[in-house]
Design a protein. Structure first.
Ligand code: PEP
Ligand code: MG
Length: 573
């Protein structure tokens, strides 16, 4: 048995066998062959398996993410059916007597080089398609497994160095019972996706990929952050008990599904959910979400070959608003950059992407992209209770400029005869310390704040949220963070505005009593955290927590804060 400690990223216990999700070794040697006809047959066998896999992935993606995302696989299938690519490969096998691997790779590379340098976006996309499908066919020729999370059809736990958000989006919950990675933190996007998929996950174990053998039995404890490889029978029994206990708790929490969130003295606070796609709304409603506090729209832009159209975005926003049926939906405009890349945008490679060209900075420079999104949002606004917020605002000028563009598009749409709601609140995320410090000035101009602690903590503590080496500095309860949060809440209330929090801290059981005491109005979290949070809040008195505010804000360390909160709230955490 080997035990590793990581960061608990998504709660629950999962047990199954290991499935490594890693790039396969596709190296081959060029060899002479004497039976070209056999080699052509081998090529076609590999092409056929690849096609049937792509058909399955396409169907799965269509079901889980919608038509637009599935289109990539239609493009891949077109490549595999294109005689202009396949015929030259066959010709090469026959005329040069080389093996299928070499004929495929060399021919594909020739086309890739040719298309890649063309001044035509469509052809450049074809180069990327050829590159992607060639790897799959080559893997089949070499008889090595090409990992496809969407095709897993037995119960497994995924073990990977890291998962991209699009890997995570492809996971089939029926078979993928959990995942564990070498790198990442609680607020890395794979962890956030795991929570919205309700799959137990432990990230940042440092070396699970090198320790876990293929098909070994593994336990992922997403409650405490433990990973057990080849556990003993006794340990399996203990974890089964823990799993049952977790299920019992879930049933207990579920009783509060249709209840409002009230403190022990009956004061209401709003518990909202963070979502990435319209498909997430089902989980929000099942978990008793009172609204959507953060819709991360960048997932509409990811895992695709081009920018989403205005209509495509409109459909997604309208669907979310309608499903939420007049409950508040806070949509965040595009927050790309940092760990969220868009291949087709050709953004510069930066030494410090989290401090670089991202989010509102990109949107203000590429206002064509921004305007398309705003138009889609404004058109959708009549279908529900829409609020719009801008990410990564550092200066008042940025907020003013973004809001002015929004107003311009509103006027333009109305002039075109389109209906636009006239009660859309416009707010901003507070995730850069500068805007927290200056909250008083911002509060005069915004309708609301939403504190993005995932980034606010990393920028305040200068500790990368993805880097497990410095995760000890990533301290949500550090008094510096709590004082910034307090500044923001006080500033908003002084102007009659409200403050929410959409960073992961909002669903954290130590943070919740503190935030209640600071007067936070809205807590937005992964859908699965809502019911435990509601249960906890029901037992807490807002007035009592508020009486501890000055004591907590004048503390010097995170540990002091944690000890104090535990003592006062009697929590065995
Ligand atoms: C945050 O920074 O807290 C936040 C909610 O945004 P994201 O995690 O998408 O960066
Ligand atoms: Mg952020």
């Amino acid at each position: 048995m080997t035990q590793l400690q990581g960061i608990a990223a998504s709660s629950g216990i999962a047990m199954a066998k290991v499935y490594h999700l890693e790039a396969p070794d596709l190296s081959y040697t060029t060899t002479d062959i004497d039976q070209p006809e056999e080699e052509v047959k081998r090529l076609h066998a590999a092409l056929d398996i690849s096609k049937s896999e792509l058909e399955k992935i396409k169907a799965h993606t269509k079901e889980s993410l919608g038509d637009e995302h599935a289109e990539i696989f239609s493009a891949h299938l077109l490549v595999l059916n294109d005689p202009e690519l396949i015929q030259p490969i066959e010709d090469k096998i026959k005329s040069e007597n080389v093996n299928a691997e070499a004929a495929l790779d060399e021919t594909a590379n020739m086309f890739i080089d040719m298309f890649k340098n063309m001044d035509n976006e469509y052809m450049r996309e074809r180069a990327a398609d050829i590159h992607d499908v060639t790897k799959r066919v080559l893997a089949h020729l070499l008889n090595v497994t090409f990992p496809d999370p969407a095709l897993i059809d037995e119960e497994v736990i995924i073990v990977a160095e890291d998962l991209t958000p699009s890997d995570t989006a492809q996971l089939n919950k029926d078979f993928v019972k959990g995942f564990t990675t070498d790198i990442g933190g609680r607020t890395s996007h794979s962890a956030i996706m795991a929570r919205s998929l309700e799959i137990p996950a432990v990230v940042g174990t440092k070396d699970i990929t090198s320790k876990a053998e293929k098909d070994a039995f593994i336990i992922v404890d997403g409650i405490n952050g433990d990973v057990l490889l080849n556990p003993t029978e006794e340990q399996i029994g203990t974890y089964q008990e823990k799993q049952n206990e977790f299920e019992r708790k879930k049933q207990e929490w579920a009783k509060l599904k249709d209840e409002p969130t009230v403190t022990s003295e009956g004061r209401h606070v709003e518990l909202a959910a963070n979502i990435g796609t319209p498909e997430d709304i089902e989980g929000v409603l099942n978990n008793g979400g009172e609204g959507v506090g953060l819709y991360r729209t960048e997932f509409l832009y990811m895992g695709k070959k081009q920018l989403p159209t205005e209509q495509e975005q409109f459909d997604a926003y309208k669907s979310v608003l309608e499903q939420m049926n007049d409950r508040a939906v806070v949509v965040r405009t595009l927050d790309i950059g940092g760990d969220k890349e868009l291949d087709y945008l050709d953004l510069p490679n930066e030494l410090n992407p989290f401090l670089g060209f991202r989010a509102i900075r990109i949107c203000l420079e590429r206002d064509d992209i921004f305007r398309t999104q705003l138009r889609a949002l404004l058109r959708a606004s009549v279908y529900g209770n829409l609020k719009i917020m801008f990410p990564m605002i550092a200066t008042l000028e940025e907020f003013r400029e973004a809001k002015a563009i929004l107003e311009e598009e509103k006027t333009a749409l109305r002039n075109e005869g389109q209906n636009v709601s006239d009660s859309i609140e416009v707010g901003m995320m507070v995730e850069i310390p500068a805007s927290a410090v200056l909250a008083k000035q911002f509060a005069k101009e915004v309708d609301f704040f939403s504190i993005g602690t995932n980034d606010l903590i990393q920028y305040t503590m200068a500790a990368d949220r993805m880097n497990e080496q410095v995760s000890y500095l990533y301290q949500p309860y550090h008094p510096a963070i709590l004082n910034l949060i307090n500044t923001v809440i006080e500033a908003s209330h002084a102007e009659g505005k409200w403050t929410g929090m959409c960073g992961e801290m909002a669903g954290d059981s130590i943070a919740i009593p503190i935030l209640l005491g600071l007067g936070l109005d809205e807590f937005s979290m992964s859908a699965t955290s809502i019911l435990p949070a509601r249960t906890q809040i029901k037992a807490l008195s807002q007035e009592e927590m508020a009486s501890y505010k000055d004591t907590i804000l004048s503390m010097g360390t995170s540990d002091q804060v944690v000890d104090f909160v535990k003592e006062k709230t009697d929590q065995a955490l």
